[in-house]
Design a protein around this ligand. Sequence first.
Ligand SMILES: [Mn+2]
Length: 386
Amino acid sequence: MPTRLLHISDTHLGNRQYGSDLRRNDFADSFEKAIEYAVEQDVDAVVHTGDLFDSRDPSLPDLNRCIDTLQRLELAGIPFYGIVGNHERKMDDQYLDLIEKTGAAERLTRHPTQVTDEVTLYGIDAVTKPAWHAEDFQLEAPPEDTFTILCMHQLLDPPVPDIFADHPLSDVLEQVNVDLDALALGDYHETVGTVETGTKVWYAGSTERCAKDEIEPRTVSLLEIDDGELTRREWELDTRDFITIGITFAEGDDHSYADDVIDRHNVEDKVVSVALNGEATSVTSRDVRKAVINRGAAVCRVDDQRGGPNIDLSGRPSGGIESADRLIQEKLGEQNLSEISLEIEERVRTGDVARSGFDNEVEELLIEAQDEAFDGQPATGAEGQE
Ligand SMILES: [Mn+2]
């Protein structure tokens, strides 16, 4: 009997894209469709490679609905395995731990998790850019004669194009001590794959569009492992359509001009992104938004670039910056900071610094780091402050 798995990633539950609750609901719906597909296919397990939630503080309704969805799997006797992504990653306990306590999910680790007699899973949570060089990719040995799959949440090149990648794929493949048959990845939202030195590597892609330049259909990956051979099939999710409308105004163009341009497009039930260019006129971005919504669009976002300097954006890579955290980590990665500084920085950035006891926590960390640096000798005086 072959082992069959459904690989899902980057569901970003709780994403109120463009400030819209309807979009938040779309993200939950898409996750639900993926889970229903897993039940329908009666797979042996579902594997999620991170960014289950869009933020590290998902709301209670988002958490609740996620658990409801996962319970459908539970009822069908299908386990759900996950790792933690960069969007949801907290310093200590993870929301995935909380879900694990309900019995609806299980975290993958460096210890082998055997799905069937034939397949072993491992997981390494998202590693921040500054911590990457110190990361230890050692895994506990798998049961003999099993197909090994490591799950990670990183941007690796290949298959991620060089300009979007954070690290070469070889960083992982050269350092993992176990003979890996496959590397199932999350973080990149497009569905791409490659094979390197006998290891199959791929991204399942996101289940909803997190940005308007995520144009390709959203997918999940159905994996079948038979006799040590993996085949992967993509299943397309039915997600809400996105369209972009450009309106270029000349001096004196009024509402009827904007209406004419909008009427050339079918906006019904779609996520509509409108770019206003050309001369500044009496038509406001609010007017345009209203006109689009009145024609039945689900969500409308207007980007008003009228009257400004003409900037040539054609040479800019598309894709954009996914999160401010990523940009901060990028810069920190260039700073060559000590591990302790990075840890304190992350605690301040991601935690609730107003929480009482935070200074004690930092002091403890510093003492611990000093002890370590001075080989257990209590640090004293100016020397210890270095
Ligand atoms: Mn993501």
